[in-house]
Design a protein around this ligand. Structure first.
Ligand code: ASP
Ligand code: MG
Length: 402
């Protein structure tokens, strides 16, 4: 078997944990498998590098930033190679350049284009454990790129796809994917399995176990993922095609507090205004999430939308600048809001999910500011102060707990 094992930053945060990971990999190696290990930077390394960079230059050039951040992953793989050598097992560490992991040139958010597998295959043939840097890539100028925060998951899935791995295991500091964040909902339950589309909604909506692009890629190439803890041997959560044995209508409740609501008020009630607003925002690469347009009255209407809090300033700049073009009379920003979502592939065939969710909220006196839905998700925007309570009430209402 060929196994890709990815370990997150907390799993390699110190010497003991590095050896712990080395031993887990060696177990598979000694059982006769080919083992490819993908590592993140140790502990808070990436955050620390970012802090240092900002202390030197508040807006560091993106290319230099990637040059810097890629260092974290390179430290991890080198230490791991040393640990395995100390344990008497042949291993080799490789960075993105050595593997030839090609990406486009979007520094800080690079997309993988092609991965050469020759070097990895050769090393495996020589019976080595191959340890690869997550998160890194190389572009057509031979410059280092990074895939964006949390990108090592995507590296692992991409490698598993290219190498046609038999298994892709993502090790983290939690036991798997839960029905809700156990820090918010103490009786949250670990899911034994979840579909790609549900996982994608969860990942996008704030369940931080997996990078959302890694789930997209796993879905696209049919890579079956196992999410499990590096600190114990508990069975994890399998992320795979939708066929499910457990017949659950709802599989989880997620929340995201990195949300702000912006309203553009009193725009003219005529075609093309929404286009202008979102076109201006898109040009500044501002990601807009939930959009709500009020019914027109007195010939005007309001357009409200949510953005990540880090984008608020840039969004306001856009609105101020283009106020006239938008025919807007004013704008409003509300930062203290959060998204709360229920996710479940079963809701496509079961009516009443929305009603039950809204009942749970109203029972707690929680006001809904915005609503948005997809086939398998219902999201509401509520006051940030109500968010955790909303998650608990909804989790209870759907009886998701242990
Ligand atoms: N080290 C990078 C980060 O902290 C990538 C990763 O951990 O997946 O975002
Ligand atoms: Mg991660």
């Amino acid at each position: 078997m060929l196994i890709v094992k990815k370990f997150g930053g907390s799993s390699v945060a110190n010497r003991e944990r590095i050896f712990n990971v080395a031993r887990r990999c060696i177990e598979d190696y000694k059982a006769g498998h080919d083992v490819v290990v993908v590592l993140s930077a140790m502990g808070d390394t990436t955050d620390d590098l970012i802090d240092m960079a900002r202390s030197i230059n508040e807006h560091p050039p993106k290319r230099e930033m990637d040059m810097l951040l890629s260092v974290g992953e390179q430290m991890s793989v080198a230490y791991m190679g040393m640990a395995m050598d100390a344990l008497g097992v042949p291993a080799v560490s490789l960075n993105a350049f050595q593997v030839q992991m090609h990406t486009n040139s979007s520094y800080g958010a690079a997309k993988l284009k092609r991965i050469d597998t020759e070097r990895i295959r050769n090393e495996l043939e020589m019976h080595k454990i191959v340890i690869v840097t997550g998160f890194q890539g190389v572009n057509k100028f031979d410059d280092v790129t990074t895939l964006g925060r949390g990108g090592s998951d995507t590296t692992a899935v991409a490698l598993a796809a290219c190498l046609h791995a038999d298994s892709c295991e993502i090790y983290t500091d939690v036991d798997g994917v839960y029905t809700a964040d156990p820090r918010i909902v103490p009786n949250a339950r670990k899911l034994s399995e979840i579909s790609y589309s549900e996982m994608l909604e969860m990942a996008t909506l704030g369940a931080k176990v997996l990078h959302n692009r890694s789930v997209e890629m796993a879905n696209k190439y049919g890579v079956r993922l196992v999410v499990r803890s590096s600190l114990n041997t508990n069975e994890g959560t399998v992320v795979k095609e939708a066929a499910r044995m457990e017949k659950m209508i709802v599989s989880g409740v997620a929340s995201d507090k990195d949300v702000a609501r912006i309203s553009v008020m009193g725009v003219e009630n005529e075609p093309g205004i929404a286009f202008k607003v979102f076109n201006s925002l898109a040009k500044k690469k501002i990601n807009v999430d939930i959009i709500l347009q009020s019914v027109g009255r007195d010939g005007t209407k309001d357009i409200a939308f949510t953005v990540a809090r880090g984008d608020v300033e840039a969004a306001i700049d856009v609105i101020r600048e283009d106020m006239k073009i938008f025919t807007a009379k004013g704008y409003e920003v509300e930062e203290g809001v959060a998204k709360v979502s229920v996710i479940g592939a079963g809701m496509t065939s079961h009516p009443g999910v929305a009603a039950k969710m809204f009942e749970a909220l109203s029972g707690g006196g929680i006001n809904i500011k915005m609503i948005s839905t997809s086939e398998i998700r219902i999201t509401v925007v509520v006051d940030e102060a109500d968010a955790d309570r909303a998650v608990r009430r909804i989790h209870d209402a759907f009886d998701l707990g242990d």
